[in-house]
Design a protein around this ligand. Structure first.
Ligand code: NAD
Length: 260
């Protein structure tokens, strides 16, 4: 079903974004990977993904905190493939600090990456989606889009914001065969979370496995990490025909996190 579809995933050189790209590549979609790494650093990923798909795999090095770079990436992608049929807004970073000492530049970049970048990619992708009469937009939010945690002011604000944006886009496209949804993962063991585990272990003077246990114990009742490939399967489902009436939703895959 995705053979002639083009899927753009922001922040897809690592973690969840990469797994989602691999999921769509396995369905022979055309894939536009994105990140801030130089092409030489992602050649291995490109080669590996290209070998496993009948679609075309390309890489767009573009900073998702820069609206001009986003515009160039979106225009080039649409010129090349005709449209971006499935848009996955995934790129984000985390910073943990009390609000009084939260670095202003971290606030700015997390809001740009986690919220504004989705506004920009969506506004550039929609005209071609409307023209084709089909589109899927998936915003990777977080359990932190639905509930808060201390010391994550920028991340929680951005993720709550992107769920609001999801609802507006869903309403504005409701009769156009375009859906817009947010996925809200709990802990997934990616570099973004490993950094938090490393910092916790160092700060508390505990081992990495103790820090990992603590992290899960605090938030994720299942006591297991969400797997990136399960999030990829979720994104594929939301992009399929059976999900045509799911729009404007914020859906969790969080081991019970927000049920507490
Ligand atoms: P990750 O650190 O493994 O990957 C982040 C990706 O974003 C990388 O490809 C990186 O190159 C890219 N990136 C970073 N800065 C960028 C920029 N300025 N412009 C373009 N790309 C940039 O992170 P992850 O854990 O896979 O997170 C992916 C998404 O999932 C994020 O939106 C994150 O908030 C969300 N999320 C993660 C978890 C988790 O537990 N890991 C939980 C909930 C939500």
């Amino acid at each position: 079903m995705f053979r002639n579809k083009t899927v753009l995933i922001t922040g897809s050189t690592s973690g969840i974004g990469r797994a989602i790209a691999e999921g769509f590549a396995a369905q022979n979609a055309n894939i536009i990977l994105n990140g801030i790494e130089l092409i030489e650093e992602v050649n291995m990923i490109l080669d590996e993904m290209s070998r496993k798909t009948r679609g075309t795999v390309v890489y767009e090095c573009a900073n998702m905190a820069d609206s001009d770079a986003i515009e160039i990436m979106m225009k080039r992608s649409i010129e090349r493939f005709g449209s971006v049929d499935v848009l996955v807004n995934n790129a984000c970073i985390q910073h943990v600090s009390p609000i009084e000492s939260f670095p202003v530049e971290k606030w700015d970049i997390i809001l740009s990456l986690g919220l504004s970048s989705a506004f920009h990619t969506i506004r550039h992708a929609l005209p071609a989606m409307r023209q084709k009469g089909w589109g899927r937009i998936i915003n990777i939010a977080s359990a932190h889009g639905l509930v808060a945690s201390v010391q994550k002011s920028a991340y929680v604000a951005a993720k709550h914001g992107v769920i609001g944006l999801t609802k507006v886009v869903a309403l504005e496209t409701a009769t156009d065969n375009i859906t817009c949804n947010a996925i809200c993962p709990g802990w997934v063991l990616t570099p973004l979370v490993q950094k938090q585990i490393d910092e916790k272990a160092e700060k508390m003077g505990i081992s990495l496995s103790e820090a990992q246990y603590d992290l899960l114990q605090e938030k994720q009742p299942s006591m297991a990490f969400v797997k990136p490939e399960d999030l990829a399967a979720f994104a594929l489902f939301l992009s399929g025909d059976a999900a045509s009436q799911i729009t404007g939703s914020a859906m969790t895959m969080d081991g019970g996190w927000v049920s507490r």
